[in-house]
Design a protein around this ligand. Sequence first.
Ligand code: NDP
Length: 458
Amino acid sequence: MSICDFTFKSEYLRDVLENAKNKHNNEPEFIQAVNEVLKSIEPVVLKHESEFKKSALLERLIEPERIITFRVPWVDKEGQVQVNIGYRIQFNATLGPYKGGLRFHPTVNQSIMKFLAFEQIFKNALTGLPIGGGKGGSDFNPKGKTDLEIMAFCQSFMSELQKHIGHDIDVPAGDIGVGAREIGYLFGQYRRIKNAYEAGVLTGKGLEYGGSLVRKEATGYGLMYFMRNMLEANNISIEGKTVIISGSGNVAIYAAEKAAMMGARVIAMSDSNGCIYDENTINLSAVKEIKEVNRGRIKEYLNYNPNAIYYENTSDIPSVYNIKADIVLPCATQNDINLSCAELLVKNGVKAIGEGANMPCTNEAVDYLVKNNILLAPGKAANAGGVATSALEMSQNSMRYFWSFEEVDKKLENIMSHIFKLCDTAVKTYDLGINYVAGANIAAFDKVSEGMIAQGII
Ligand code: NDP
């Protein structure tokens, strides 16, 4: 099955995609995400075409329940007023309150917000936990800002966002550019405005005020749990495998940590400027100090190991992907791996790819990798550990109780195994070979569509 193939056997699917393309031709990332899902679920749609068409199920599925945009004015350190755009896309609450992170990055726009919120519906469904899909953020660039500027921005952002969220309505968390510091400032402002301690309104909180153990590690650890399940199902051991990771943020760092715990060897990591290659193994304490403490650049790794090599990015293929490895973990941003990059990875003998980031492979790259029998762990399934642990944080907040690190980690490991089983069952049921991308989409669609049908035309 080809993911980027626009030719559908189902006339209904073809019409839905054509209409979406016409309506949203200025939203390429959103259309890319919709295309991938619609193409994947074709075998299911063909079985129920007239029923789905009559209730406009797919038209409703790809239209957000609500899009909120707002002005975010704040004062910078020079006393100058700055204005950013804030977004919250409340896409689909069939399975529970909207749930999904906030991204602060200058590239943020409505297309990116919609693609992320759309993907989140399916990811959250796969976790088996009662959460719907949403996403938000701003085109604010946190890089180079002082702590006070970050706080001023977060307070202004939350002053508006608080009107639209709540633990039974919509529960944001972190994403690119939004970590523990930002969540702290956002939560503080929410609490101040509401004059109530509603801990379950945000996840990714600090441990001292309602956060969950393992939330920080969850996406990266979960990615490696999924990867191990996928490799084992295909008779490959993770032990001794070399790993390269695109990115050096939250997901990348904890994927690297768990990969090392599983006996693999991480030899390269990157940021948006370039990558470091350490042929023995990356010193993760150094990366943590550079990124988590100093908020510095990955190039500074050379101060820790002068024998490592730094490669600047010079083309549309990020330099990290030039390094040969058995396992590749894109943990930075969307569309990091295009078709030429996928060709390079296959040429270099990659065995498996795990999407820590959301939609890091273009549809053409996904197609190429699957056709070349590369095991590809799709982001919707493989990086769902973060949101799953966020849901566990919400449970602990409701109970006013905390589980130990081991308890949460065990629950995360079980959830990731369960997600892998769902994908594996779908690929077997529909005879999809090793196309776990389609498997994840089908398994998630089954849950969301059943819920939508049960809840009537809304
Ligand atoms: P962070 O902000 O902690 O780190 C992001 C990393 O990606 C940094 O190394 C950053 O480099 C790099 N990066 C960001 N944007 C670009 C870009 N346009 N081009 C090249 N590199 C870029 O974010 P996270 O680790 O939280 O998120 C990484 C990915 O994982 C995202 O796709 C996110 O949506 C996804 N994800 C995150 C989850 C979470 O729990 N945090 C959950 C599920 C998915 P630089 O510092 O140079 O910008």
